[in-house]
Design a protein around this ligand. Structure first.
Ligand SMILES: [Ca+2]
Ligand SMILES: [Ca+2]
Length: 287
């Protein structure tokens, strides 16, 4: 994108970027009758350690807007932002011009979203209103292993968040005017871990298949660089209390040579019936 500061049509995208970067425009709050009922609300979710939880971001604006920016604070010891996807409303309106930026949390635990209908010149996507309770985006959070049970707040309660470069929680009109919506916080309820798992599901995705063999081989032969099994008890395919080459070999024999069965818990989630020193820090595939 080329920024040409002398072109009037470039004003709002620059101000939108300014809002994201915390640059004060000084034009907010003017003539905002249409903005009285504007809102940006973060929803709720629930999940166990290791699980990914979807949280809805819903909004509304009677003013015609060209985008918005938003920062949501969270407890980084319990959850982390895993990603975000644009709602159908944004996709339908802006199509391939949509700019949908997701920024991981900063040192204060504020993750940010930056949305513009169009930043490619000449601008072709017009500003528009946002009907009440429109799904703008889905935020996905991962509940961290060992997260304490209870509600972890998703803080969306002030006009700007973070420092030294605060992010404004605003809609932006085409001329750069900020619309200040009512902000609503959400929460992720961290549930007690069940402690159950499926044996041989080394990658903890709920299925015992070839991907677990590959996952284990990478882990065993690239120690230090490959991802470790989140639940070592599940990675112990033959239930001998150790995770080594025999475990992918055991699973290969079951999958391709009719060997088996895999020692329990295998057909259904459950605890390890043969106590050993292996740990299971996170396994989110069992309800
Ligand atoms: Ca698996
Ligand atoms: Ca083993």
């Amino acid at each position: 994108m080329k920024l040409q500061l002398t072109t009037p049509r470039l004003r709002w995208p620059i101000l939108l970027l300014g809002a994201l970067g915390g640059l004060s425009t000084g034009v907010g709050g003017l003539g905002q009758d249409c903005g009285e009922n504007a809102g940006l609300n973060v929803g709720d979710g629930a999940g166990r350690p290791g699980e990914v939880v979807a949280v809805e971001l819903r909004g509304s604006s009677q003013c015609l807007v060209a985008g918005f920016s938003l920062a949501v604070g969270h407890d980084t010891t319990r959850v982390e932002l895993a990603g975000a996807s644009a709602g159908q409303f944004l996709l339908d309106h802006a199509g391939s011009e949509l700019v949908f930026g997701v920024f991981p949390h900063n040192s204060e635990g504020f993750a940010a979203l930056f949305v513009a209908f169009d930043l490619r010149f000449p601008l072709t996507v017009p500003p528009r209103d946002v009907p009440p309770d429109t799904l703008l985006a889905t935020l996905t959070y991962r509940v961290l292993p060992g997260a304490l049970p209870g509600a972890a707040a998703l803080r969306n309660e002030d006009r700007t968040f973070g420092s030294p470069n605060p992010i404004s929680n605003v809609y932006i009109e085409e001329d750069g005017t900020e619309i200040h919506p009512r902000l609503g916080s959400g929460a992720i309820v961290v549930l007690e871990p069940t402690g159950g798992f499926l044996r041989a599901d080394a990658n903890a995705d709920g299925a015992q298949d070839l991907s677990d063999v590959v996952f284990l081989l990478l882990y065993l032969f690239r120690r230090g660089t490959a991802t470790a099994p989140p639940c070592l008890s599940a990675a112990d395919s033959n239930d001998d209390g150790r995770v080594n080459l025999l475990d992918p070999v055991t699973l290969i024999a079951v999958l391709f040579r009719g060997a088996g069965p895999i020692p329990p818990p295998s057909g259904a989630c459950g605890p390890d019936p043969t106590p050993d020193a292996l740990t299971c820090e996170a396994y989110g595939a069992c309800p």
